[in-house]
Design a binder for this molecule. Structure first.
Ligand SMILES: Cc1cc2nc3c(=O)[nH]c(=O)nc-3n(C[C@H](O)[C@H](O)[C@H](O)COP(=O)(O)OP(=O)(O)OC[C@H]3O[C@@H](n4cnc5c(N)ncnc54)[C@H](O)[C@@H]3O)c2cc1C
Length: 468
């Protein structure tokens, strides 16, 4: 996988000392006590050794760090929540700009707006917004950072009703490659604002995000229902049919996985292939039973744990299944419609899962996601009804290459035309970046890159290569 770069350049001690003295946050270098924990990211497959980790306390620190990377000619890795699958938020021999100390959040319940600093995770933002029974579409695992998630698009349980996280972005503060601090919104720098909603971290370091919030919960009908693996054909076909009639308040996914040893599943299925269908009903919980019923009767029910849960709790329910530090590779494919051929590929791939940690997710899009005009944001593959996310994982390096090969084969089997989603792309590969955008969108992204980052300082991302 060509996901990293390392730098032959070195940072001099005097340069680091001068930089550290002016920082409100902390400068961490090799040999410091916290160097090893601070250089680690969520995906254990990327073990890299930065020359400097700048743990930024505010915008001034961010500007200083961007200026340092530019003036020293060193590669710069920008880190929000550190959940990049290809390992973009760390770098060998370069500078990590770590935003994780910046976690301030202000919710204005009257205006239904939240301003969140870029180091926040979804757990942080959900906690503050749910205090007022408000929310914006967040990740399925609460430790994911709002920054990479939102700038890449942001698919979550509320999306069919309220759109992607990025569809709810109403403003952002950004430090650009030349160290300028600018605001982006529909009225100010609208071109940059367009690019920040799906174009990833290509155009600058976002220091804070302003989101539109919606009435959600605090309790939502949500959960999972489990079916036997040998009913995959029936469950997948039934799922497609149920999705066609699903109201926007309901967002669902299928997870073809291996039964974890959890008390709500019979011991007899632990460690064996199983199909989970998960969902979140964001409307009145009383109306949710009828809406979710078609998804809860797709086959022989092994367990049904749909119930009314606190929204913030449901947002954290899957966290234990996605632990930090193991080896991960994701691969995605949008499906305009889950036709019989695609479902057959998924079913056959499920039968050949390379290990018990690896999963295939089929997630229903549509609803509010599909109603946003394709040219309104850089996230433009809006006419796709489903997205497949292949989650290939191994506890260590052992067997990882085989799992990656298997994942690549699954998306190849789904067809060369299938678009990809930058946030579910586990490697840095120009062909996959191009497959994430329609040609006109990609052209516009290159123009924006030429304007905001012509030297490609921000290149550790699903990179839009400038043409200048
Ligand atoms: C366990 C898990 C669950 C996930 N679930 C979902 C899901 O439900 N839906 C979904 O859509 N995606 C999901 N993802 C994918 C996730 O959206 C991406 O991995 C996302 O990039 C993570 O953002 P981060 O800030 O945590 O990552 P980081 O590793 O910090 O950053 C990821 C990328 O964003 C850039 N970046 C980070 N901060 C900034 C900033 N402030 N300004 C500009 N660029 C920045 C980085 O340079 C890097 O290129 C999941 C990932 C994981 C690991």
């Amino acid at each position: 996988m060509t996901t990293t770069e390392s730098s032959p350049l070195r940072l001099g001690e005097a340069t680091v000392a001068e930089f550290a003295a002016g920082l409100r946050g902390t400068a961490i270098t090799p040999g410091d006590d916290s160097y090893d924990p601070d250089r680690a990211i969520w995906n254990g497959a990327h073990d890299r050794h930065p020359a400097l980790i700048a743990r930024c306390a505010g915008v001034a620190d961010v500007i200083r760090t961007v200026d340092l990377a530019r003036s020293e000619g060193l590669p710069l890795a920008v880190r929000g929540g550190g959940h990049s699958i290809p390992g973009f938020s760390t770098v060998d021999g370069g500078i990590v700009l770590d935003l994780s100390p910046m976690r301030g959040i202000q919710v204005d319940p009257d205006r239904r707006v939240a301003i969140a600093q870029a180091g926040c995770t979804w757990k942080d933002l959900d906690a503050e917004s749910q205090q007022f029974a408000l929310a914006v579409t967040g990740g399925l695992v609460s430790s994911t950072g709002i920054a990479g998630f939102t700038t890449g698009g942001g698919i979550g349980w509320l999306m069919r009703k309220y759109g992607l996280a990025s569809d709810n972005l109403i403003g952002a503060d950004v430090v650009t490659a030349d160290g300028q601090f600018v605001h982006a919104s529909a009225d100010e720098n609208p071109d940059l604002f367009w690019g920040l909603r799906g174009g990833g971290g290509n155009f600058g370091v976002v220091t804070s995000f302003e989101y539109r919030l919606h009435d959600v919960g605090p309790a939502v009908l949500s959960g999972l229902v489990f079916y036997p693996a040998d009913e995959a054909e029936q469950v997948l076909a039934g799922y497609r049919q149920a999705c066609a009639a699903a109201p926007d308040e309901l967002t669902t996914l299928v997870n073809m996985t291996t039964a974890p040893p959890v008390p709500f599943l019979p011991e007899s299925v632990h460690g064996t292939p199983i199909i989970g269908v998960g969902g979140c009903w964001s409307g009145d919980p009383d109306d949710g039973e009828a809406a979710t019923a078609p998804f809860r009767s797709l086959g022989t029910v092994i367990a049904d744990i749909f119930a009314v849960h606190p929204y913030a709790g449901w947002q954290q329910a899957l966290d234990p299944l996605y632990p930090r530090g193991i080896y991960n590779y994701f691969r995605s494919a949008f499906l305009r419609s889950a036709d019989a051929t695609s479902l057959r590929v998924l079913q056959d791939s499920f039968a050949t899962l390379p290990n018990t940690l690896t999963e295939i997710h089929l997630q229903h899009l549509g609803g509010a996601v599909g109603r946003v005009p394709a040219d309104a944001t850089a996230f433009a593959l809006r006419d796709q009804e489903f997205i497949v996310n292949i989650v290939a994982r191994t506890p260590t390096a052992d067997g990882f290459a085989a799992a990656v090969d298997w994942a690549r084969a699954v998306t190849s089997g789904l067809g060369q035309d299938a678009g990809t989603y930058v946030n579910f792309t586990g490697e840095s590969n120009q062909a996959l970046v191009r497959a994430s955008y329609p040609p006109d969108t990609y052209r516009r992204l290159v123009e924006l890159k030429n304007e905001y980052d012509p030297t490609n300082l921000f290149r550790l991302n699903q990179n839009i290569v400038p043409s200048t």
